[in-house]
Design a protein. Structure first.
Length: 176
């Protein structure tokens, strides 16, 4: 079965809403360094991503992302409360609008390839790893993240996964 990023994210959001009565715009993810390229053999998708920020302030960001031939505007907050949960609102926008908005972004946009790697499901809900391989000024940096239904949800750690950096501001895309 082909598992897409959208089905992984949707399943995690649905699980959060059902289990914890959390808003649908809540994101819970864990982030890790990547030790090797072994994940590439398991990847089912790869996407080229350009992202810039229209706003970067303590506690909130507004991001413009172009992924292949789709574009998205995303608003993110810092943590909603003690723990890993954050507010995230994302809306697909016209690619032509995004191309015009690129000129409004702050300096130093990010370019990366995102690989989607299926992970074992949890309680029947699809999960996947997203591994970002950065290009340009961030060449060589590799980060993996998994979106979960709740902060304590168990998951299998692949052999290529390194140190956890969840919550470390040095690894927030907005700070790179």
């Amino acid at each position: 079965m082909h598992i897409s990023k959208k089905s992984c994210t949707f399943a995690a959001a649905k699980a959060r809403q059902a289990r914890f009565d959390m808003p649908k715009n809540t994101e819970i993810e864990r982030k890790f360094l990547v030790l090797s390229d072994a994940f590439m053999a398991q990847a089912t998708e790869a996407h080229q991503i350009w992202q810039g920020y229209l706003l970067k302030e303590p506690g909130k960001t507004i991001r413009l992302r172009i992924r292949d031939d789709q574009a998205f505007l995303t608003i993110k907050s810092s943590r909603l409360r003690e723990g890993l949960a954050r507010f995230e609102w994302e809306k697909e926008i016209a690619l032509s609008d995004a191309r015009e908005m690129q000129a409004l972004c702050l300096p130093n946009p990010i370019e990366k390839t995102r690989y989607i790697i299926p992970a074992p499901s949890y309680e029947g809900q699809a999960r996947c790893w997203e591994v970002d391989v950065f290009h340009g000024r961030l060449e060589g940096r590799r980060l993996a993240e998994i979106e979960l239904g709740d902060e304590h949800e168990p998951f299998v750690r692949p052999d290529w996964l390194g140190e956890e950096v969840t919550g470390d501001p040095r690894y927030y895309n907005a700070n790179m």
